[in-house]
Design a protein around this ligand. Sequence first.
Ligand code: FES
Length: 177
Amino acid sequence: MNENNHPQPCPPATPEEMSRRSFFAKLSIGLGSLCAAILGVPLVGFVIAPLFRKMPNEWIPVGKPTDFEIGKTVNVPFPDPSPLPWAGITAKGAAWLRRESAEQFIAFSVNCTHMGCPIRWLADAELFMCPCHGGVYYKDGTVAAGPPPKPLVRYDVRINNGQVEIKSAPTPITTTV
Ligand code: FES
């Protein structure tokens, strides 16, 4: 304070003080960047790495042959064998399984080949329906009507050790519009 009771202005910073401030500002930015890299790189790796992981082709048992009636199509649980860490409930997949004869089964993806919506089986009409844009498929998976560009994706099926097994594959989603 001076004699008039006014605060005194700060004296201008000396060149040494300016250079010290500049040094500490750069040091703060450098340390901040280093911390961000230490925390961020593992996080990005955790998110991205699973996308490049090769999906294992596993045979997934879905029940005994006698569990399925000839000529019937049923929904069977078909878990994603290689779920992404953040997949949550979407890792609990399903497939449509049709028993054609005593020894022959067909398994379809539940995803429409148009834009991937889950399809429903209408037993009375013997058709698969897609609720999103009205796609319709026959019981053999071929397109009956609507925008789907190709038949339903089929999975390999076998009977092994008294179990019907479906071979896993990546979720088939097309991007055609
Ligand atoms: S997603 Fe099935 S008809 Fe479009």
